[in-house]
Design a protein around this ligand. Structure first.
Ligand SMILES: [Zn+2]
Ligand SMILES: [Zn+2]
Length: 93
């Protein structure tokens, strides 16, 4: 049962819940979750369940918080290194 939850807004450990019942770190406790979009582009509604708050898509059903954050790119990660694709010269037959 040592399931540590990360803050929705950053990758720090969540220690508190905001007023929407989402786990957040102390720095983000007064932040509201913005409108979240599902992979299918539907707007997710916030529901509160037995295990805490989660997102519900009208067509996909429940979406875990982690997934919703991933979809909406909320947690700023290190900027990905630009991979330069070297297009090898194509040999024309
Ligand atoms: Zn945070
Ligand atoms: Zn959906």
């Amino acid at each position: 049962m040592s399931n540590s939850t990360n803050c929705l807004f950053c990758s720090r450990q969540a220690v508190i819940k905001n007023k929407q019942k989402f786990p957040v770190c102390s720095a983000h406790k007064n932040e509201d979750i913005p409108e979240m979009i599902c992979v299918c582009k539907e707007i997710l509604s916030i529901k509160e369940g037995k295990f805490g708050a989660f997102f519900l898509c009208p067509s996909c059903g429940p979406i875990s918080t982690k997934k919703a954050v991933e979809i909406n790119n909320m947690q700023k990660k290190d900027p990905q290194r630009t991979i330069t694709v070297r297009s090898d010269e194509v040999d024309l037959i």
